[in-house]
Design a protein around this ligand. Sequence first.
Ligand code: SF4
Length: 65
Amino acid sequence: MRIHVDRDLCEGIGMCESMAHAFFEVDDDEVMHVLDPHPAEEHRLHVVAAVASCPVQALSLTPRS
Ligand code: SF4
């Protein structure tokens, strides 16, 4: 799977980081960084929960291509 971020929507709120800090990090300027855009399948539940937690629907997942 691959993590996508809509930068026009992301507001740096950080829910994704709190749900899965191994994959998302919000810096001091409230810019969110995807630490690993291609999570292994074993982390799917964690990543899906983080994607679902975003209050502005800035995150999405696609199959890895
Ligand atoms: S929860 Fe959504 S708005 Fe907040 S940092 Fe993550 S992607 Fe951006």
